[in-house]
Design a protein around this ligand. Sequence first.
Ligand code: MN
Length: 371
Amino acid sequence: MEMLTIGAFARASRLSPKALRLYDELELLRPARVDPDTGYRYYAPEQLEQARLVAWLRRLGMPLAGIREVCALEPAAAAREIRAFWARVESETATRRDLAAFLVDHLSRTAPSDRSDPSFPGNPSEDTTMLELRYSALSDTGLVRPANQDTAYAGTRVLAVADGFGSGGAPASCAAVEALKFLDSEPLPAGSVLNLLEDAVQGATQAVQEVAGPTNEIGTTLTAMVWTGSQLALVHIGDSRAYLLRDGGLFRITHDHTMIQSMLDEGRLTPEEATVHPQRALLLKALTGGGGSAPAPALDVRLHDALVGDRYLLCSDGLSAVVPEATIRDTLAAAPGPDEAAQALVGAANDSGGPDNVSCVVADLVNAESQ
Ligand code: MN
């Protein structure tokens, strides 16, 4: 087999010699032979394909470790890795897109020059100030677990569900929710939603770290919504969920931070396989102890436009893991009010064996005068 000099290989692969030397240093593409005397690099013609692949993967933005891994795989396995990489990129971008939309929306609403103009798109209309929440919170041990480590809470502004895990799971979930209650007890200062949410997120993170201590084996999920008077701000980490029932349709408005959800996103698993996967409860992110050793995980934060007639459900996985979404939808839709809805949903989980603690918070957005 005839070896190519770096110059000839560069021309054949349409990469610069500089790029080829970089790939060598980064251990992405090693020359087939390096002359021990001159240090000249020589390449085999069959390395052309891999050189092109490395170049394309770098253009794709794949990290070096990923490129090394892909280059070592058979084409079918390499294709799966690239698909999985791209799914992760899209999911991270989606989170940042939500955050960008949140900031654009927030700043549009708080811009002083726009505020005086009620026709400005994005300004809350007059009647939204008359909206309020009707709510109910219910948490149940279920039929199997010895204790309830969930915490459910609903107030005039704050709706929250937290699912504690580990030996101190109950204090952890309780601490996370307690840290949000200040939002219920004081008037929300105008234009400071960002600060309040940041305080809430920081407070919950710290409170859980304090009760859980140095171990990340103890922690909690947290899914909460804060009514600002015109919108709902969503704060979420873990696998508890928030749903919206609107016009008869049920929409999940949170993304599970679970291994299974990532595998679904990356196309490594079908929804059917996911429902029976042995590790379906494995969390990728949660509020835990062990603070200081690692940066606190980022919570999803989002503003959600609410409409009169919306019915919201926050629930722990004790409901969503055992009750099909069609049943959740029908049960939510059939209940006359939040109390009945929460009771019926907890009942449905226990009718399905009640294998886990189950918590449901249900809230309706109504006109304040419709008592
Ligand atoms: Mn649970």
